[in-house]
Write a protein that binds this ligand. Sequence first.
Ligand SMILES: Cc1cc2nc3c(=O)[nH]c(=O)nc-3n(C[C@H](O)[C@H](O)[C@H](O)COP(=O)(O)O)c2cc1C
Length: 220
Amino acid sequence: MKILCISGSPRGEHSNTFRLAEEAVAGITTAEPGVSVEYIHLGSLRMEFCTGCGTCHRKLLFCPLKDDIAPVLHSMREAEAIIFASPVYINHVTAQLKALLDRSSPFIHCQMLTGKYGAALSTSGGGPHAMVLDYLKEYLVSCGVQYVGGVSGPISRFNAMKEEAKTLGVDLAKAVKENTAYPDQLSTIEKQREFFKGVISSRKEEWKGEYEYWKEKGWI
Ligand SMILES: Cc1cc2nc3c(=O)[nH]c(=O)nc-3n(C[C@H](O)[C@H](O)[C@H](O)COP(=O)(O)O)c2cc1C
């Protein structure tokens, strides 16, 4: 079982949200001892912002920006489960995490993470941590990922959240192992696929890379 944990905090190993992610991973390894876990700290990477050039739609996932993002997107495609950890920064995910998500738009157009499972963690000083989880859930489901759950809260609840994160890890491992179906999410994924089928068909000359992917999948 391959687990990828992406931390959006700039505080690296000192991040409390990252420490929650480590608790989730502890839950996973208790349930499934042989898992491989990759941690990525976005704060330590060289990252440019998406320029909206559209190259990644024409030539699937190819980005002319030269930085450290391509291997992260590769790891996201390789993992069976993805955990996002982000503190609340001005009512949202951190800029580091948002910059990564902006660079992954073919994942949404082509539901490229279909079949994977996801979870999210967020901490705040007391502000809208649940909103951050909702946002990350929506992102993951848009990519075709089934979302197992999330843990969030003000940092004053850190100790309680550690236990919740561990339980979330156990649930995530179970979902991957048993291939659990979340019918509501599968229905949302199906509806979005219908929507993007129209979009990709109408732009097939322009977004050749994405159109080819859809054809290979037999979705179009
Ligand atoms: C730039 C910045 C913006 C923040 N914005 C918010 C916010 O909007 N609401 C809130 O409740 N806490 C906010 N915080 C507090 C962090 O969410 C909180 O300290 C969090 O637990 C830090 O997580 P970390 O240790 O994983 O980096 C902000 C902190 C920073 C540095």
